[in-house]
Design a protein around this ligand. Structure first.
Ligand code: CDP
Ligand code: MG
Length: 738
């Protein structure tokens, strides 16, 4: 479930995320579909040679602007302990004056919708207020977040404010990482994790309060949670339900929850000046960098930090590099520019950096994904640079294919982004698009994820919760029927559901794994092929979510050679991943070995953690741990048992064609098979960049498809029409048949 939500999923799978310039590297080149005047900036020797001109359009009104920025607590001269300072800070938050009223409202109503500007203290304060008021005597307070980073960073903050160790009274739980204990009373978690908790505890009896936070994000898991918590609230009158949102469309939430009252926390909003470019920018990444430098150089240091919204990790890393390079040339007269990246996969130890106060005389530029739109509050931002794009998932129920696309944001998003600059004083927002674009081309609201995603995972979870009638499930906005059908079809193909749509024994086992159904099926199938040991290593390696191989720019040849060493035999990337893992294990998990082989240590450690958890789950579903390292065919058959719907065949021109819903695809250049081009392959996922690429690819024998999935493939599907000797007409005929 988690994976589905993460907009960075595809780039996380990119083994070379840390390097520039693959063939499909497409950074910053998207233009809004409404066309572009080519204003490409090639190379900046000096910032001012290519200024970007902005036109001020409007000022978003502030609520209670009195001309003075809100500062820190006034008595800074009095030395305070860090803890006292935190306590004082808590009292300056907009939600604080409403503490008693809020507690009263929670006391009186079972369900409450809470609306408040980002940064007003909803996420960090409300669970603490409820804890202080005694709610945790009856059970835990659970607070869901759409994003992992938010769950981690907010829980860290709250544990500081409460003066406890993270993981004790205050903890977090995200997929593959549980930082809670017996003691935990305030638990931050991803919405996907709470969804999983329903499987073990269908009435959430260990909770006294559930706060579905960031409800406006409308992630798939949040939408499903709505239906589930609404249902249990009916037979658990003692459970308090809070739905909190940063936007004002709270009516919709209220209506859905049987006219639940809406509690509004008035925000402090300062006026924000909105500026647009005169003409569309052809290269938004470059325009963003130039704008950031323009601000930095022309505005006095100490006057405020800059927040730039980019679409993903690679783009952020590129921007970071370019900014570093260009500021180096600025000389000592210009203040220091501290660059802080933040994206879903940023290592924990680096996340804290964005919350640190900017030192005197310096300026901070935060390069963020839309994680900073509402999930994370960063203090001290005065300037927002908004290129107007987000990486968003789209899904075709016809082909069952999901892709991450760089897409224009909605007006609602644009306004949230602008609002980030007016939190502690008047702000400025620079939109790297024209006002005409804003008014005429942007949609009002973002389409909820449930309407643009693959539902297989969620359908499997709902089925295992005993919810069979999916069409009549109480969705706030129902998913397209075609997506539901497609999900049912896939689960049936994977033998997770029977013909009547009921969960099978296989399906029940699959649901235990917090993974995509195809990945869980691969694990469940490994029982039959007696290679569960190898398969969970592969599954763990596929689930890391960050790059495995390290490819420094100055040592690319060495790195590539090291990588190809794991590709002996040319049977594919899955086996290569297994080799990486088992070789590392043989060295007793040596860090040195990782360095020597250009492997990311951090990724490997994560793989080990995930693998440990999968091992525990194997036991739970009674799959014996069996090792069969020599039988690569058995291992590949187990993989195929999960991934047979992802199968494609080589074409004469060197491209591939997917077998089921014919579409042209290519092997990703990072694959070990990119030069080998086997006739038949099975792939882990498709990513669309400049082309539709298959990532993590293994060779396959077509007869396996008939053996493993006779209900899915027929002989005519796998007849080798790709052969050169085949008369042309015949190949075509079978293509048409399909
Ligand atoms: O949830 P909401 O957007 O209403 O606000 P919040 O996340 O509770 O943040 C309230 C305040 O806590 C922010 O203004 C930040 O100053 C602070 N905070 C922080 O310093 N570090 C974090 N990791 C989270 C919040
Ligand atoms: Mg929040």
């Amino acid at each position: 479930v988690e994976r589905y939500r993460d907009l960075n999923a595809a780039e996380k799978m990119n083994p070379f995320a840390e390097q520039e310039a693959w063939e499909d590297h497409q950074i910053g080149k998207a233009t809004m579909k409404f066309g572009s005047k080519d204003k490409k900036h090639d190379d900046y020797e000096f910032v001012f040679e290519n200024q970007i001109e902005f036109i001020q359009d409007e000022v978003m009104k502030g609520d209670n602007y009195d001309g003075e920025p809100y500062g820190d607590s006034p008595d800074e001269s009095v030395a305070k302990s860090a803890f006292e300072k935190l306590q004082a800070d808590r009292k300056t938050l907009p939600v604080y004056p409403y503490r008693e009223k809020l507690l009263e409202a929670v006391n009186e109503h079972q369900v409450l919708v809470i609306v408040g500007e980002t940064g007003s203290g909803k996420t960090t304060q409300i669970p603490q207020y409820l804890h202080e008021a005694g709610y945790t005597k009856r059970g835990k307070i659970g607070c869901t977040q759409p994003r992992r980073v938010a769950a981690m960073s907010v829980s860290a903050r709250v544990s500081q404010e409460m003066g406890v160790k993270l993981g004790h009274e205050v903890g977090y739980s995200i997929r593959f990482e549980d930082c809670t204990s017996e003691k935990t009373v305030i638990k931050y978690m991803t919405d996907g994790m709470l969804l999983r908790e329903f499987l073990g505890e269908p009435d959430l009896s260990s909770y006294s309060v559930v706060m579905v936070d960031e409800a406006h994000e409308r992630t798939l898991s949040t939408d499903i949670l709505f239906g589930l918590v609404k249902d249990i609230a009916r037979f658990r009158p003692d459970l308090k339900l809070l739905i909190s949102s940063a936007t004002l469309d709270a009516e919709k939430f209220s209506d859905y929850f049987d006219s639940a009252p809406i509690f509004i926390v008035p925000g402090r909003r300062f006026p924000v000046e909105i500026n647009y470019t005169k003409a569309p920018e052809a290269d938004y990444l470059d325009a963003a960098i130039v704008t950031a430098l323009q601000i930095h150089v022309t505005q006095p240091p100490g006057d405020g930090d800059i927040l730039v919204f980019l679409t993903g990790q690679e783009e952020i890393e590129t921007a970071e590099e370019i900014l570093k390079h260009r500021t180096r040339g600025l000389g000592t007269k210009i203040a220091e520019l501290i660059i802080c990246p933040i994206y879903a996969n940023l290592p924990t130890e680096l996340q804290a950096k964005i919350f640190e106060r900017t030192p005197e005389g310096a300026r901070k530029v935060v390069l963020a994904t839309n994680i900073a739109e509402t999930s994370l509050t960063i203090d001290g931002i005065k300037y927002v640079i908004d290129p107007g794009f987000v990486k968003m998932k789209s899904y075709s129920p016809r082909t069952g294919m999901e892709s991450l696309l760089i897409t224009p944001i909605s007006k609602a998003s644009a306004n949230q982004r602008a609002g980030r600059s007016g939190r502690t004083g008047p702000g400025k927002c620079f939109r790297l698009y024209t006002s005409h674009n804003y008014y005429n081309d942007l949609e009002d609201n973002t389409v909820p994820e449930i309407q643009r995603t693959n539902l297989a995972n969620v359908v499997l979870s709902l089925k295992s919760l005993g919810i069979h009638d999916l069409v009549n499930f109480d969705f706030m906005d129902p998913p397209p029927e075609a997506s539901l059908l497609k999900a049912l079809e896939l689960l049936f193909a994977l033998s997770a559901l029977n013909k009547k749509g009921e969960l099978t024994k296989v399906g029940r086992k699959m649901a235990e794994f917090p993974l995509d159904p195809m990945l869980s099926k691969m694990i469940v199938a490994s029982d039959k092929y007696k290679c569960s040991d190898e398969i969970i290593s592969i599954a763990a390696m596929l689930s890391i979510g960050s790059s495995i191989f390290y490819r420094p720019k100055d040592k690319q040849v060495h790195a590539d050679n090291a990588r190809m060493n794991f590709h002996m035999g040319n049977v594919g990337d899955h086996i290569a991943l297994l080799k990486v893992y088992s070789s590392w294990k043989e060295t007793n998990f040596s860090t040195q070995w990782c360095y020597e082989n250009y492997i990311q240590v951090r990724s490997m450690k994560r793989a080990r953690d995930i693998r440990d958890q999968l091992e525990g789950l194997l036991e739970r579903v009674e799959i014996e741990m069996m090792s069969n390292p020599g039988d690569l065919e058995a291992i590949r058959k187990a993989i195929t048992s999960g991934y047979f719907p992802h199968c494609s065949r080589l074409q004469k021109n060197g491209s591939y064609r997917t077998v089921k819903h014919p579409q042209t695809v290519h092997i990703h250049p990072s694959s070990g098979l990119a030069q080998v081009l086997p006739r038949w392959v099975v792939y882990h996922e498709l990513v669309l960049t400049t082309k539709e690429y298959m990532r993590q690819v293994s060779e396959l024998k077509p007869e396996w498809l008939i053996e493993i999935a006779p209900h899915f493939y027929q002989l005519k599907d796998v007849e080798d029409t790709g052969s050169k000797k085949m008369p042309r007409g015949e190949g075509l005929a079978s293509d048409i048949q399909r």
